[in-house]
Each structure stands twice: as C-alpha cells, then as structure tokens.
Design a protein around this ligand. Structure first.
Ligand SMILES: NC(=O)CC[C@H](N)C(=O)O
Length: 216
C-alpha cells in the first residue's frame, strides 16, 4: 500500500504531506506516504494525490516537465482506476481547460473550464480567501461522517478560479460566495477539492482519512 504525492515544483507540499501522514496514522492506513517527482513511483502507487498552488498554466508546465509523468498519471488513474485526489490547482488541472490569464489545456478528466469566480456581492473580494462551509450535491465516500451545510465544518479556500463542470453530476459539493463556487468535483475513482484539506483542520483530516480508505 502506498500513497504518492506528486512533487512538480508547485510548492505547498510539506503541509499536504504532513496532513496526509497524520490522516494515515489516525485512520490506521498502513501504507507508505511518499512525496515524489518520479513517474514510476506514481505508476506503482495505490493512491495518488496531486496538490498545486499558483497559476494554472505554471502548474501544467511543471507537470509536463517531469519525464513520463502525464503518461504515468493517466495510466494509473484513468486506465488503472487508482483513487486520485486533486487539491486546489491539482483539482483544477482535472478540467478540460484553464482560463487563468491564458488558455491552457487541462488533463480533460472532468469536462469543463476553470473560470474566474464572480461573486454577485461586490463586497466579497476575489481571491476568495478563508473558511467556508460545504453544500453537498451528491453524497460521496470522501465526505462520510463530515458535517456539511450551514452548521457544518469549515473548509479553507484560497482561489480566484473554480472548475465549472460541463456535467453538473461531476460537482459533488459547492460553497456559497456570492453565488455557487465549486468546492469538490469527482466521478468514478477521481475526486478533487478546490479548498485545501491540509489547512481545513477537522474537515480536512476526516476527508483525507476517508480518501485513504476509499476503494472505488
Ligand atoms: N491558491 C492558489 O494558489 C490560487 C490557485 C488558482 N490560481 C486560483 O486562483 O484559483
């Protein structure tokens, strides 16, 4: 058993790795947690996590720059059906395209574009930065046991863009920020969070533990 966290120079990996290690300990996950830039390690992992901060295009370039990584990732996740978690821009990369500053091709796993959020209330600043609750559209194993809705636990967001899925069934949860903002996308063995589970305290720890237990 192993979980690979892909290191493609996008930063923020330490906090993601630490949170996943803690979730692994607390959920009794016995596998290794590895931060790696090696395509073969990703190809052999049982669970795969793609974090990401910064601009969509920079993240795409970073991923492309790792020899064999896109093929290894696609092989493991799409052909192999291994459980995948994208975090923030790692989640945005699941889309067909990112429209941040320039148009950049995504992995195309969740049809749709990553577009600027436009809160209806001008007092709400972009980036959307801070804590927000989740409204669940479709119950999902990674959300098992997590209180959601207005009285639910809070997730931590830092973003200006979100994934507008072409198929509404791919949006598993939203947050309200002057309108609906995509919070979690997914289908089959794929899941992605716009918020940062590694900074989302109780909600994040529970979600990461659920992800490690997930056998889609
Ligand atoms: N938090 C970030 O790194 C920002 C992610 C992405 N560029 C967005 O604004 O949606």
């Amino acid at each position: 058993m192993s979980v690979a966290i892909i290191d493609y120079g996008s930063g923020n990996l330490r906090s993601a790795a630490k949170a996943i290690e803690r979730a692994a300990r607390e959920s009794g996950y016995s596998g290794a947690v590895t931060v790696t830039d090696d395509a073969e390690t990703v190809a052999g992992a049982d669970h795969i996590v793609l974090p990401g901060v910064g601009a969509f295009a920079d993240c795409r370039r970073g991923l492309d720059a790792l020899p064999g990584m896109i093929d290894a990732l696609t092989g493991a996740v799409i052909a192999g059906g291994r459980p995948f978690l994208g975090i923030c821009v790692g989640q945005q990369l699941m889309a067909s395209r990112g429209l941040e500053k320039e148009t950049t091709e995504g992995l195309g796993w969740i049809p749709g574009d990553v577009t600027l959020i436009e809160p209806s209330d001008p007092a709400l600043k972009v980036p959307h930065m801070g804590w927000n609750t989740l409204d669940v559209a479709t119950a999902h194993p990674v959300l098992a046991g997590i209180p959601t809705g207005a009285d639910g636990l809070h997730a931590y967001f830092v973003h200006s863009y979100h994934l507008q899925a072409g198929d509404p069934a791919h949006v598993l949860a939203t947050a309200d920020y002057g309108g609906s903002v995509t919070a979690i996308v997914g289908r089959d063995n794929l899941v992605g969070t716009q918020f940062h589970p590694e900074k989302s305290q109780a909600l994040g720890l529970a979600l990461l533990g659920n992800f490690l237990r997930w056998r889609p």
